[in-house]
Design a protein around this ligand. Structure first.
Ligand SMILES: NC(=O)c1ccc[n+]([C@@H]2O[C@H](COP(=O)([O-])OP(=O)(O)OC[C@H]3O[C@@H](n4cnc5c(N)ncnc54)[C@H](OP(=O)(O)O)[C@@H]3O)[C@@H](O)[C@H]2O)c1
Length: 246
């Protein structure tokens, strides 16, 4: 039987590549998108050429704890226990801190950090009971090194790393691993929002002088999800072209 994975923000740039590589590796993927984006989700599903056996789309707002608990409970009844959870949904609301408003702060913390509670908690106990589960959190290089204009985003992404390390202790005994991936700048719609002159300056700073591809990030997810990735836990895997070496 195929292993079951949940990918949040599955039709975004990195989420699409993660979903594709998981499907190519034999997983059945429950692919979440923002409620209200049903038409786009259908278009995405058709354009990727998925079958219903491979991918099931699910409208789920990762910021809404109650609806996540209800929807994920229903998914487990219908689909079984999840083997892999990829917490990938995320947003940016960049602003210098002195001009940042509370909406920008809260939206980023809710979507990128509070979502970890909302999505992981309903699945984690069953994952551990089954044994050998995988939780993979998509953090960011800017959660490690900080970034001008991203106090909200850097705080949320650094929080994801703390969550990863703490939860890794709780999963370890059952062989359930919890890891983070910290991508550098990756060619997706999120990065297309950056002004071209700013992006050129960012690329100039990256030792490899290019952005990551979503496929490079997805490859790391597949590794951490795999059986041979089973001894890695509590780690943050950096994929940043040398932008920040720890
Ligand atoms: N691109 C980069 O350079 C980069 C670098 C480091 C880390 N990351 C991280 O990688 C992850 C994916 O980013 P990306 O570049 O692929 O961005 P993206 O293309 O903008 O995709 C983001 C995804 O998040 C989903 N999402 C946003 N708010 C949500 C909510 N409230 N509930 C459910 N889903 C929600 C979106 O869903 P819809 O499709 O339905 O709108 C979208 O699919 C993010 O966590 C991001 O912070 C990205």
């Amino acid at each position: 039987m195929s292993k079951l994975a949940l990918v949040t923000g599955a039709k975004g740039g990195i989420g699409s590549a993660i979903t594709k590589q998981l499907v190519e590796n034999g997983y059945r993927v429950i692919a979440t998108f923002v409620p209200g984006n049903e038409d786009c989700a259908k278009e995405w599903f058709d354009a990727e050429g998925y079958t219903e056996a491979q991918v099931r789309t699910l409208a789920m707002d990762v910021t809404n704890a109650e609806s996540c608990r209800e929807l994920l409970g229903r998914m487990m009844q219908e689909e079984g226990t999840f083997d892999v959870l990829v917490n990938n949904a995320g947003i940016t609301r960049d602003s210098v801190f002195k001009k940042m408003n509370s909406e920008q702060w809260s939206a980023v913390i809710d979507t990128n950090l509070n979502s970890l509670f909302n999505v992981t908690q309903p699945l984690f106990a069953a994952m551990c009971e089954k044994g050998g589960g995988r939780v993979i959190n998509i953090s960011s290089v800017n959660g490690i090194k900080g970034q001008f204009g991203q106090a909200n985003y850097s705080a949320a992404k650094a929080g994801m790393i703390g969550f990863t390390k703490a939860l890794a202790f709780e999963g370890a005994r059952s062989g359930t691993t919890v890891n983070a991936i910290a991508p550098g700048y990756t060619a997706t719609p999120m990065v297309e929002k950056i002004k071209p002159e700013v992006l050129d300056a960012i690329k100039a700073e990256i030792p490899m002088k290019r952005l990551a591809t979503p496929e490079e990030i997805a490859g790391a997810v597949v590794y951490l999800a795999s059986d041979v990735g089973g001894y890695v836990t509590g780690e943050t895997l950096s994929l940043n072209g040398g932008l920040y070496m720890q």
